[in-house]
Each structure stands twice: as structure tokens, then as C-alpha cells.
Ligand binder design. Structure first.
Ligand code: C5P
Length: 227
């Protein structure tokens, strides 16, 4: 079966406050997008890539794509619509595995990618990389006053990649779209169908580059991993 990689990269990255979308900011002389694609290619050189880019994107350079087989699709209003566009544009078999990975996570390692792939292949509900919550969790009422302490037992951070059979993932996201639900990851859409994706404990340094402070951190992580 073919492995399909879907990389949503159509976001504006507003929280970064930079003059271009964060995936085009440079870490150690390479744009974040190029780092992310290089990591994915190192783990899965034969995979097929579907890259979601904003239709008005002025920064993308196709020489950053190391895959032999790849296609570009337009982004949608939210991340889930970008991923749906990819699923609807590609010519996958229902039983093919699809792995969705945010472009904003360039520090993903080969070991985590391979562990997730194994789990997704053997678990019918699919799988996601995740990390047990380490901090004590507080809830406010929108007033920045600590009202409730949520028990952290059994709480995980959902990371990417997340991987599912093509038929399951497409059905799940189309269902979410039809009910007007905006999901922020694939696993939530799959859970809504009554499936329980496998949580695969991933590395803590699989950082999502979001705020300006994250740039130096991601650069240091990349340098340390390749040392
Ligand atoms: O902004 P945030 O980091 O949460 O976005 C997660 C991922 O989804 C990023 O890789 C971003 O480029 C992508 N995205 C997208 N289409 C959108 C919004 C976000 O592909 N409409």
C-alpha cells in the first residue's frame, strides 16, 4: 500500500507576528517548510506528498520538495479544510495509510515517524503522536482567575503526525464538515465516529513553532538532533 503524507502549510501564522507565514522563516539557513519536508523524506523516501498551500502564497519554492511524487493543493478556511482538500484531490485507495503532519513541526524525528507508522498500521482506529501532560492544569472562566484544577491523569497533548486509513479519515473529516464542527486535529474527527485512535508517546522536542520565542528553541533542537 502507498503511504500518503499530507502537510497542511496554508496557515498565516499570525501569532508569530512576522512579515511572512512562519513556515517560510529560516532556521539554521533553511526555511521551516524545507526542514519539515526533509525530515519526512528521510523517514519515508517512497511516500507520496500532498502539500496544502495558500492560493496566494508568494514564498513557496518547489526546489524545497525532496519527494519524487508530490502535488500541491489549495488551503481552506481552517486547517481541517486544507486537509480535506488534500484528501479529496488525491487518488488513494481506501486502505492506504495517510499521515498528516503540520509544517510548523520541523523537529520531528525518524524514530517517532516510524513508531507512529507502525501503530497506525496495526490499529484500525489510527494513531497520533502525543505527550502526557506534565504540568498541573488550571481552568479559568475567561477572567484569568484560577477557578478549577483539572486532574491531569489521563491527559495528553496531541501532536502531529497523526495517521489513519484513507477511507476512515476522509469519512471522519467530511462528517465534521457536514455537521459544521471545526476540529483542530484529525483524531477529534475520528473520535466523533466512535473510534479510539492509539496514543503513541512522542518526543517532547517535537515543538510546534508558534510564537517568536519558539524560533531559537527550534533551531537549537534541530542542531542538537543532528549533532
Ligand atoms: O496555526 P497553527 O500552527 O495552529 O496551524 C497548524 C497547521 O495548519 C500549520 O501547519 C498551518 O500552516 C496549517 N493550516 C492550514 N490551513 C489553514 C490554517 C492552518 O494548512 N487554513
Amino acid at each position: 500500500n502507498t503511504l500518503w503524507l499530507v502537510v497542511p502549510a496554508a496557515g498565516q501564522g499570525r501569532r508569530m507576528g512576522a512579515d511572512k507565514p512562519k513556515q517560510y522563516l529560516t532556521l539554521n539557513n533553511q526555511p521551516i517548510l524545507a526542514h519539515t519536508l526533509a525530515r519526512l523524506h528521510a523517514a519515508f523516501p517512497q511516500a507520496r506528498l500532498v502539500l496544502c498551500l495558500d492560493s496566494d502564497d508568494r514564498w513557496f519554492d518547489p526546489t524545497w520538495v525532496p519527494f519524487a511524487q508530490w502535488q500541491r493543493v489549495s488551503g481552506g478556511a481552517e486547517r481541517m479544510h486544507s486537509v480535506l482538500n488534500a484528501l479529496q484531490a488525491m487518488t488513494a485507495e481506501g486502505s492506504d495509510l495517510v499521515m498528516v503532519h503540520d509544517v510548523a513541526r520541523p523537529c520531528i524525528t525518524r524514530d517517532d515517524l516510524h513508531a507512529l507508522y507502525q501503530a497506525a498500521q496495526t490499529h484500525s482506529g489510527g494513531a497520533l503522536l502525543a505527550m502526557p501532560v506534565a504540568d498541573t492544569m488550571k481552568r479559568d472562566n475567561g477572567d484569568q482567575l484560577s477557578q478549577i484544577t483539572e486532574p491531569r491523569d489521563g491527559l495528553w497533548h496531541a501532536l502531529t503526525p497523526q495517521s489513519f486509513r484513507y477511507s476512515l479519515l476522509r469519512h471522519a473529516l467530511e462528517q465534521a464538515q457536514q455537521t459544521g464542527t471545526v476540529v483542530t486535529d484529525e483524531a477529534s474527527a475520528v473520535e466523533a465516529l466512535g473510534e479510539a485512535p492509539r496514543l503513541v508517546s512522542g518526543r517532547r522536542d517535537n515543538l510546534k513553532v508558534t510564537h517568536p520565542d519558539d524560533l531559537a528553541l527550534a533551531a537549537a533542537i534541530l542542531a542538537a538532533q543532528s549533532a
